[in-house]
Design a protein around this ligand. Structure first.
Ligand code: PGA
Length: 259
C-alpha cells in the first residue's frame, strides 16, 4: 500500500433490517477507537431501507464512519419503479456508492454501459463511486481475466475526467472468491490491482493511476486482511459476509494488529 488513504467498506448486501443496522453500527463504533479513523477510512453500505436510520445514528453519535449505498439508478428522478436516485442518496449524506457489483451485473443484467451511467451520475451528485470489476473462474482459467477487467474499467470510467478518476475507488472482486471462502492469493490480488492501476494510468494519466484507490474484495476475513492490505497496489477492502459481524469487521479495519 502506498500513501493512499486506505478504505475498508462493509457491503451488507440484503441483510439487516433498520433496527439491526442501528445496532450493528453502534457495535462497530464501540469496537473502533478515535485513533483507528486517523489511519483508515471506514464505510458501511446498508440496504436502502436502513440508510436513513444509519445516517441518523452516525450523525447523532458523531461516529466517524462514512455512509454508503450499494447501488442506485442514473436518473435524478422519474418513472423508474423500484429505483433510487443518486440525488436521493446525496440528500442523506451518502459518501460512497457501490456501482456495478458483480451481483448486480450477474443477477440483474447490468452492463458496462449501465455502470458507466451510474458512475457519472454518482459523481454528478458529488458522491464517490466504488466501481466493481472482476472475472469468473471460467474467465480466469481461459486466461481472459485481465482483458475482462481492463474492459470493465475502461468502459465503466468512460467520459470521467482525469481529476475525478484520481479520487474515486475501484474494487477488484474476483467473482469466484465472493462469498465462497476462497480468497485470491495476495499475490494474484496484487497482480490484478497493479494491472488495474496501469490501465487507469494509460487511459487517464499518471496522476489518476497514482491517486485511484483500489480495494480487493472476495472472502476478506480478519485472518487474511493483513496480507492482502500489505500489497503495494491494494488500498482497501470491500467486505461482504465478514462485515455483518461488527467484531470481525473491526478486526479487518484493524488489520495492522492482526499481522
Ligand atoms: P464476501 O463479499 O466478502 O462475502 O466474499 C464481498 C463482496 O461481494 O463485496
Amino acid at each position: 500500500m502506498a500513501d493512499r488513504f486506505p478504505l475498508i467498506s462493509g457491503n451488507w448486501k440484503m441483510n439487516n433490517n433498520h433496527f439491526e443496522a442501528i445496532q450493528s453500527v453502534q457495535k462497530l463504533s464501540y469496537a473502533l477507537t478515535k485513533d483507528d479513523y486517523e489511519v483508515v477510512e471506514v464505510s458501511v453500505h446498508p440496504p436502502f431501507t436502513d440508510v436513513r436510520s444509519v445516517q441518523t445514528v452516525i450523525e447523532a453519535d458523531k461516529i466517524d464512519i462514512r455512509l454508503g449505498a450499494q447501488n442506485c439508478h442514473w436518473e435524478t428522478k422519474g418513472a423508474f419503479t423500484g429505483e433510487v436516485s443518486p440525488a436521493m442518496l446525496a440528500k442523506l449524506n451518502v459518501v460512497y456508492v457501490i456501482v456495478g457489483h458483480s451481483e448486480r451485473r450477474e443477477l440483474f443484467g447490468e452492463t458496462d454501459e449501465d455502470v458507466n451511467k451510474k458512475v457519472l451520475a454518482v459523481l454528478g451528485q458529488e458522491m464517490t463511486p466504488i466501481m466493481c470489476c472482476g472475472e469468473t473462474s471460467t474467465e480466469r482459467e481461459a486466461g481472459a481475466a485481465e482483458s475482462k477487467v481492463e474492459r470493465q474499467v475502461k468502459e465503466g470510467l468512460a467520459g470521467v475526467t482525469k481529476a475525478a478518476v484520481a479520487e474515486l475507488v475501484i474494487a477488484y472482486e474476483p467473482i469466484w472468491a465472493i462469498g465462497t471462502g476462497a480468497t485470491a492469493t495476495a499475490q494474484d490480488a496484487q497482480n490484478m490491482c497493479a494491472h488495474i492501476r496501469s490501465v487507469v494510468s494509460d487511459n487517464f494519466g499518471a496522476d489518476a493511476g497514482a491517486g485511484v484507490r483500489i480495494q480487493y474484495g472476495g472472502s476478506v476475513k480478519p485472518t487474511n486482511a493483513a496480507e492482502l492490505m500489505s500489497q503495494a497496489d491494494i488500498d482497501g477492502a470491500l467486505v461482504g459476509g465478514a462485515s455483518l459481524d461488527p467484531e470481525d469487521f473491526s478486526r479487518i479495519v484493524n488489520w495492522r494488529l492482526e499481522a
